[in-house]
Design a protein around this ligand. Structure first.
Ligand SMILES: Cc1ncc(COP(=O)(O)O)c(C=O)c1O
Length: 368
């Protein structure tokens, strides 16, 4: 029988089920004390003062922009190489995303790329430590220098570190995702972290119908996280160091096994940072081969994924402003391949993935 290698498997089990069972027994199903505990423990984990649990990262970013008062007539700098959610939240609040290119090594926005896009209308920067690879920390200084708030899209970066500090504690606000393809999951869900008590209170109020001290102060909405979902999050937090440790070790093994295969560029990891490898991506140096590889690997039972999107190539972004030709983003969109990485993957599975890639490259004529 053909082997099936999944791209991702959430690391959930009886602990999460038991925690959900306890919430069921308590009959307190909506947002409540379990959510509060999750918010506090998550914020503590990333080294931020406050956590505000929401229904997704996309919504957390939209709330973050509302907290900053970003709206019509404002510009927000967004990398082109990212999930559409990063730019969509800007459109949702009526502001204009300005797309900037990324670096071919880190896949992240650069200081120069952002600096070139700053205008009098820039009201926020949303950088993305994509795939779990932390940003160049100078980007945070840029926010101070130009007095522009940074709302970091940390969807992929739970547990990522720069030096000893975790991502989620650097920017004015950071927003994480708990989608099942992320490092830890609650099915769907997100968390906004910040050190700013006013930001936290405003975000909390916005997600709870605009309520403040028992009065409805403005028109909010409902993006609360239930105790049921938060109970899963609390159990996932306990497993997080194991999940991250395993991912980092598996990434090391891939990079080792991939050595010497022509036309393949494994990820480059800078010293003094912790990459979460939410996405372990290899760059395929021959145009057209990435998609061929995806199809042929699937025939061998191996699920893969593209890296992510070049927003300017998506129909909903054709008219969106950009400050360069966005060539790097386009190259990454076309040539990056995400390999399977999860706790159910054995060393033999990784060997099978790499051997399959190697033999396919050879079949395509990839002998230099
Ligand atoms: C970089 C990035 N930002 C935001 C999101 C959206 O996260 P969510 O599904 O929690 O809204 C994703 C999801 O894949 C993502 O990769």
């Amino acid at each position: 029988m053909k082997k099936k290698i999944y791209l991702m498997r959430p690391f959930v089990g009886k602990e999460e089920l038991e925690a959900v069972r306890k919430v069921f027994e308590s009959k307190y199903l909506t947002e409540g004390p379990v959510t509060k505990e999750f918010e506090e423990k998550f914020a503590e984990y990333v080294g931020a003062k406050y956590g505000v649990a929401v229904t997704s990262c996309a919504i957390g970013m939209e709330l973050g922009l509302q907290v900053l008062g970003v709206g019509s007539g404002d510009e927000v700098i967004v990398p082109d190489f990212t999930h559409p959610a990063t730019g969509d939240c800007v459109c949702q609040v009526g502001a204009e995303p300005i797309l900037v290119d990324v670096d071919l090594e880190s896949y992240n926005t650069t200081v120069a790329g952002i600096e070139n896009a700053i205008t009098d209308k820039t009201k926020c920067i949303i950088p993305v430590p994509w795939g779990g690879n932390p940003l160049d920390p100078t980007i945070y200084k840029l926010g101070e220098e130009y007095n522009i708030p940074i709302l970091e899209d940390t969807a992929c970066s739970v547990g990522a570190k720069i030096g000893d500090k975790k991502v989620g504690s650097f920017a004015g606000m950071s927003v994480f995702s708990f989608h099942p393809r992320k490092v830890m999951t609650t099915g769907e869900g997100g968390m906004l972290t910040t050190d700013n008590s006013e930001f936290a209170e405003k975000a909390r109020s916005l997600k709870t119908f605009g309520v403040e001290n028992g009065r409805f102060m403005y028109h909010g909405t409902n993006y609360k996280m239930s105790n049921i979902v938060a109970a899963i999050g609390l159990e996932q937090l306990k497993k997080l160091d194991k999940i991250l440790g395993d991912r980092i070790e598996m990434a090391r093994i891939y990079t080792e096994l991939l050595k010497g295969i022509n036309y393949i560029r494994p990820p480059i990891v800078k010293p003094n940072i912790r990459h979460t490898f939410q996405s372990y991506c290899i760059y395929i140096e021959k145009e057209g081969w990435r998609d061929k590889l995806r199809q042929d690997l699937l025939k061998k039972g191996i699920e893969t994924q593209i890296g992510t999107y070049a927003l300017h190539l998506e129909p909903s972004y054709v008219d969106v402003k950009r400050n360069s030709d966005l060539k790097n983003s386009e190259m990454l969109f076309k040539n990056l391949l995400t390999l399977p990485l999860h706790h159910e993957l054995s060393y033999e599975d990784q060997e099978y993935v790499v051997e399959s890639i190697s033999s396919l490259i050879r079949d395509y004529g990839g002998i230099k």
